[in-house]
Write a protein that binds this ligand. Structure first.
Ligand code: SF4
Length: 385
């Protein structure tokens, strides 16, 4: 699968270059886009709706909305949603069709959009099922949008006090899978906790109820992002309950930068505990059952590739996701590294996926991650100059 090309700032770039540039720089969405398409397409002014647009070759891109000073704008030209750069035409884009999902409420009265969003084309993503306990101690990962808004949470309460009710979560899954928009991918993410064993227990309850009321096979078992337990054998319970894939995010491979950018993980759950969990799942249940996100752009590309290589050689699927600086007001974090960095990274990731027979979960991909885009185009990318 080849890549479409576009002209931006007199340079010719491809759709993956454009995606990382948009995620790094942000985009201003004109009112005319909402007015023209909000009745027929999935585009909302509400930021939690996680709007997605698709470039010509079906590359999904999150609309990282920012103010009018952005160089990229999404506007309407000749009735089409159109991307411009400094006022110059770049490309028309596709918006996904409208869904009734965001108009629904759970039985306890929570809007579905508070719990989850529809990401890309057909992925139901619970981004933050409960708040991150590392953030409670101001040890949130420095790049994390959710964690950076959590450190004010009530100190005396536990993550269970804030977790969405199990039946509410199942209501959301059932509607999105069986009614609208009939999603195929289920991703469940939450904050890290100081009690991973209880977290496993909670996920087992969720999986059992989803299996009973919806059917996990409809979403290939889903992919769960969780805190690694001290004893990785605890994870058997999740696989036994039907989980498709388990993810423990390393985020940063370089050990010094990991301690700097992920102080909570480095101190409380430790790099080793993450690695032990990943290697345990891959060894016991086979390749492609364990995954790990890397925030691509926060460390030198060499150490990122070293980390992806180590995991891939051990049957763990590395998921490189571009660093998105929006909403993270931290002057100590580097700027996004630019196209050349991502070009080196994507080629190496494509080689690893092929060499080790790894598959990134998903269908058309995620609007915020690059891994499935790379996987779908891996044969093309390993051969490009
Ligand atoms: S552990 Fe997860 S939720 Fe908590 S701050 Fe880090 S990335 Fe965010």
């Amino acid at each position: 699968m080849a890549l479409s090309v576009f002209t931006v700032d007199n340079a010719v770039i491809d759709s993956l270059d454009l995606k990382v540039t948009l995620l790094g720089q942000g985009i201003f969405v004109h009112d005319s886009v909402y007015e023209t398409f909000e009745k027929t397409h999935r585009i909302f002014r509400e930021p939690r709706a996680c709007n997605t647009m698709f470039l010509g070759d079906h590359v999904p891109v999150f609309l990282a909305r920012t103010d009018e000073t952005a160089r990229f704008h999404l506007t309407v030209i000749d009735g089409e949603p159109t991307l411009t750069h400094d006022g110059n035409f770049v490309t028309t884009v596709l918006l996904p069709p409208k869904t009734g999902f965001f108009a629904q409420k759970t039985r306890t009265g929570l809007p579905f959009g508070m719990l989850a969003t529809i990401q890309g084309w057909d992925m139901l993503a619970f981004a933050y099922l409960w708040p991150c306990e590392l953030a409670k101690t101001n040890n949130q990962c420095r790049f994390c949008h959710s964690g950076n808004f959590t450190n004010q949470m009530v100190q005396a309460k536990t993550w269970q006090d804030f977790a969405y009710p199990v039946q509410d979560v199942v209501d959301v899954v059932r509607f999105a899978v069986d009614e609208d928009p009939r999603v195929k991918i289920l991703q469940m993410t939450a904050g890290s906790t100081f009690d991973p064993d209880k977290e496993v227990e909670h996920y087992v309850t969720l999986l059992n109820e989803i299996e009973r009321q919806v059917g996990l096979a409809k979403v290939d078992g889903g992919i769960l992002f969780l805190t690694p337990p001290k004893n990785p054998k605890e994870l058997d319970r999740l696989i036994d309950a039907g989980a498709g894939r388990l993810a423990f995010d390393m985020d940063i491979w370089d050990e010094k930068l990991f301690a700097q950018y992920c102080p909570g993980k480095a101190t409380f759950t430790s790099r080793k505990q993450h690695l032990d969990a990943l290697l345990y799942v891959a060894e016991k249940f086979g390749p492609n059952r364990a995954c790990s996100v890397f925030v691509a752009g926060l460390e030198p590309v060499e150490s990122l590739i070293e980390g992806m290589t180590f995991l891939a050689e051990n049957g763990v699927v590395p998921l490189p996701s571009p660093w998105m600086p929006f909403g993270v007001c931290n002057p100590d974090l580097p700027k996004t590294p630019g196209i050349d960095y991502y070009r080196v990274m994507r080629k190496e990731a494509a080689k690893l996926y092929i060499k080790h027979g790894l598959e990134v979960p998903g269908t058309v991909g995620s609007s915020v991650c690059l891994s499935r885009d790379i996987w779908l185009r891996r044969e093309f990318l390993v051969n490009e100059n």
